[in-house]
Design a protein around this ligand. Structure first.
Ligand code: VTB
Length: 335
């Protein structure tokens, strides 16, 4: 993958974020998502790649755009692409923190192909690489991570999602003395924070979405961190009722068809299979990882995190956009 593609991908997430921002706080997560998808697709199609979406907005019959298997680009390097045009549609619709537009790209075959289902995730930064094991209890992992970092448990910081399914685990961690930062939503940002040199976050643990997990794995690999994960069928995460068991069984069957299994440990290297990955993420709402978009009249500013795994360059790109001068192909979605 040519290094210049990184800049092109940052333009794609900037565009998607601007489209999402247009719908910020308007209570309509579908409209926000549609706009971001449309812009991401348009911009990917203007990029010199022979791209295939491998993690996207669902399967072809569910989503009209950026579906798994969709081909994008003008032609060029063959790349696989994992996208989440709005990581946090609810956050965008409700004006909550940490919504991002994200994309990860790698050479063909770089990413785990998995259905859109739940995934348990444990993420650490470079200094704790190699000392996590999701087959062991979380408490043991936290002790091992603290030891690797030379920290006491009461100085360890874990991010998670503030979901009822995590109430028990949050209480357990706090009883151990660990500090827990529970974000309402958005585990991609929460995961990446473990690897940022200027962040106080040491660990991310949660049960969230599998697509978000694969995108995170690309970013974490590019940053030299570590991640373990496990796909979980719906009835093991949500209420164990008839409907969820049926949906959960469908997920188990889909995994089998795709040659993977639920409830089995997945290492970072199984999810992001090469160092030659590019991650781009642009803040939509203000957040812990990235500043959100600010807009004054026709001028908007964006902040983008652009990471190239091969050489581990971390760029933060602040852009000023004159919205009325944007390309006609995307203008109506962002102005
Ligand atoms: C997960 C998580 C995301 O939404 O998909 C979550 O990975 C959905 O959780 O980062 P629920 O099923 O409990 O609503 C996010 O938090 C935001 O998209």
């Amino acid at each position: 993958m040519k290094r210049d593609l990184a800049m092109a991908f940052s333009r794609v997430t900037e565009g998607a974020a601007l489209a999402g921002y247009k719908w910020l706080g308007r209570g309509d997560k579908i409209a926000a998502d549609n706009a971001a998808v449309e812009v991401m697709r348009t911009l990917l199609n203007q990029t010199e790649i022979e791209g295939e979406i491998v993690i996207g907005e669902g399967e072809i019959d569910e989503a009209p755009m950026l579906f798994i298997g969709e081909k994008v680009g003008l032609g060029g390097d063959a790349v696989d692409i994992a996208v989440d045009p709005i990581e946090g549609t609810r956050m965008t619709a409700m004006g909550q923190n940490n919504a991002l537009a994200v994309l990860a790209a790698g050479e063909k075959g770089s990413f785990l192909k998995a259905p859109d289902m739940y995934m348990e995730k444990l993420v650490v930064g470079p200094e704790a690489k190699g000392c996590i094991n999701l087959d062991l209890p979380l408490a043991t992992n936290l002790e091992n991570i603290a030891k690797a970092l030379g920290k006491t448990l009461d100085s360890l910081v874990v991010t998670t999602l503030a979901k009822p399914r995590h109430d028990g685990v949050i209480a357990e961690m706090q009883t151990m003395g660990v500090r827990v930062f529970a974000f309402p939503d958005g585990d991609v940002a929460a995961s990446i924070l473990t690897c940022m040199p200027d962040s106080e976050v040491d660990v991310m643990y949660c049960i969230g979405g599998a697509p978000e997990g694969v995108v995170s794995a690309a970013a974490i690999r590019a940053l030299g961190g570590d991640m373990h994960a496990r796909l979980l069928p719906r009835h093991e995460v949500k209420e164990d009722n008839e409907n969820n068991r049926r949906l959960g069984q469908t997920e188990i069957d889909r995994c089998k068809e795709m040659g993977i299994e639920t409830n089995v440990l997945l290492r970072m290297e199984d999810m992001a299979k090469s160092d030659n990955v590019i991650f781009a993420g642009t803040g939509i709402t203000k957040g812990d990882l990235l500043e959100g978009i600010t807009r004054k009249g026709n001028i908007a500013t964006t902040e983008t995190l652009l990471i190239r795994g091969k050489c581990r360059t971390i760029r933060r790109i602040k852009s000023t956009h004159y919205l009325d001068r944007k390309d006609e192909s995307i203008k109506n979605h962002i102005v």
